[in-house]
Write a protein that binds this ligand. Structure first.
Ligand code: ATP
Ligand code: I3P
Length: 425
């Protein structure tokens, strides 16, 4: 990625850390200075460059990057055919009345039509989409391009060759690749960006590490986060297993979560107090407790049971379990109250460790969180999601077949996340 902007973190604002990883993970290149000039783009005053973009076309002279405007993003159309295809795709599904395509609307960003805006003095058509990062304070974003084949039926020989040369190992073994991601690291408040050069080095072994880096899971996976992602992924998978309308080439899944909420979650150091015991069922029961604990009550629809056919998506219906669960939630309910959190913070006495600055920093961070929570009209229960994006190469399914190329990638990605889920038990 070439674009960058120093994103203010709640603390340590003066020395906010920002790093870009190009190629090897260990090669950290500071590009803030050198990128500043590139970051300038002549666009209307009420619009900004979209700094949470992690992959795709950028302002490189031939194309433009995403633009941010009023809770939406504008995707400039620089390749006419690709733009038309993407617009047609969104308009088709927005007008669809059949169940399968209507359902697809839930899995993609909201579409608000097309708009022409002046960019560098030229009138450029843009696709207007919901900004999937807009509710997140510290958006961690990963673009995962799905499918072994990333060229469409109209591709030239040269295009096919170009595509086949890229992300070879990862595409061959995993049926997906990672053209870019950004993550706010929990342990040092650093925003790290990983570009396509890093993505191109990945293989079936190292891709797991890349996902863990993205998930802030170097030491342990946060179960709540994994479940939120899996809840979205499983629904997309179920849809892809049955749909026979489309073939997606070079389309991505965008994984987005809020590192702020993850930090709060980990800070609360929530230990599961309510645990479902393993039963002697055919299934492999995974505890619901840590998914729905005192800190976050998340309705993912995940029953806690994985089967060979996939997850059982429902909540437990056993009256005893429900009562146990409700009692648990009731007894811990007040810890969710932001005012009580605030009072607790105010009551905190002076540090005994002579570490006054650190204490102050923590306090500031707490207050920032509390203020943000109070200012947010409605705090969403969920703080991670997956959406399908980039339909520049969406084609009608040949012979109404299942899009195996797409489904393979989804299946493999889910398998990795399910392994993380088991690890987090
Ligand atoms: N609705 C959205 N909300 C937030 N970010 C988005 C959204 N859509 C796209 N992005 C960001 O923009 C990037 C590029 O998006 P997209 O893949 O649609 O563009 P592209 O230029 O067609 O990409 P490619 O070069 O892979 O064809 C994504 O990786 C993501 O970071
Ligand atoms: O991952 P990389 O190395 O950036 O490769 C790009 C990626 O495959 C894009 O999907 C593609 O845009 P399209 O989907 O629009 O074809 C672009 O083609 P381009 O260079 O012709 O724009 C490639 O360069």
């Amino acid at each position: 990625m070439g674009k960058s902007e120093v994103v203010p973190m709640p603390i340590q604002r003066q020395d906010s850390l920002y790093a870009v990883y190009k190629g090897a993970y260990n090669t950290m290149v500071h590009t803030v200075e050198e990128d500043q000039e590139e970051d300038y783009l002549d666009i209307p005053e009420n619009m900004q460059l979209f700094t949470n973009q992690v992959a795709g076309h950028t302002n490189d002279g031939k194309s433009y990057g995403m633009i941010k405007h009023n809770g939406t993003i504008l995707k400039p159309i620089t390749k006419q055919k690709c733009g038309e295809r993407e617009v047609q795709f969104y308009e088709e599904i927005n007008g669809a009345t059949d169940k399968t395509r209507a359902e697809l609307r839930e899995f993609v960003p909201k579409y608000y039509g097309k708009v022409a805006i002046p960019i560098k003095g030229n009138n450029i058509d843009c696709i207007v989409l919901e900004d999937l990062t807009k509710h997140y304070k510290e958006p961690c974003v990963m673009d995962i391009k799905i499918g072994r084949r990333t060229w469409d039926p109209t591709a030239t020989y040269e295009k096919i060759m170009n595509e086949e040369m890229k992300y070879q190992d990862c595409k061959r073994d995993m049926a997906f690749c990672i053209p870019g991601f950004q993550v706010y690291k929990i342990f040092n408040n650093q925003l790290c960006k990983f570009d396509k050069n890093y993505g191109k080095t990945l293989n079936k072994e190292t891709v797991t590490q890349a996902l863990k880096t993205f998930l802030n899971a170097e030491s342990a996976c946060c179960r709540s986060l994994i479940v939120q992602f899996l809840a979205s992924l499983w629904r997309i998978q179920m849809w892809a297993r049955k749909q026979r309308y489309y073939q997606f080439f070079s389309s991505s899944l965008l994984l987005v979560y809020d590192a702020r909420r993850l930090r709060e979650f980990l800070k609360a150091d929530v230990k599961p107090k309510f645990k479902l015991h393993r039963s002697t069922s055919l299934y492999r029961p995974l505890s619901l407790a840590v998914l729905n604990n005192e800190h976050e009550k998340i309705s993912t629809g995940f029953s806690g049971q994985l089967t060979n056919q996939g997850p059982i998506l429902r909540t437990p219906t056993s009256p005893t379990k429900l009562k146990q669960f409700n009692d648990f939630v009731q007894s811990n309910n007040n810890t969710n109250n932001v005012w009580q959190k605030s009072i607790r913070t105010l009551k905190r006495t002076h540090s005994f460790q002579n570490d006054y600055d650190k204490e102050m920093q923590n306090k500031k961070q707490d207050y920032t969180y509390i203020l943000d929570e109070l200012c947010t009209e409605q705090k969403s229960e969920l703080w991670a999601t997956v959406k399908m994006i980039d339909f520049a190469h969406a084609f009608p399914a040949e012979h109404h077949e299942i899009d195996k190329n797409y489904l393979d990638g989804i299946d493999n990605l889910i398998r990795l996340f399910e392994e993380f889920l088991v690890e987090s038990e």
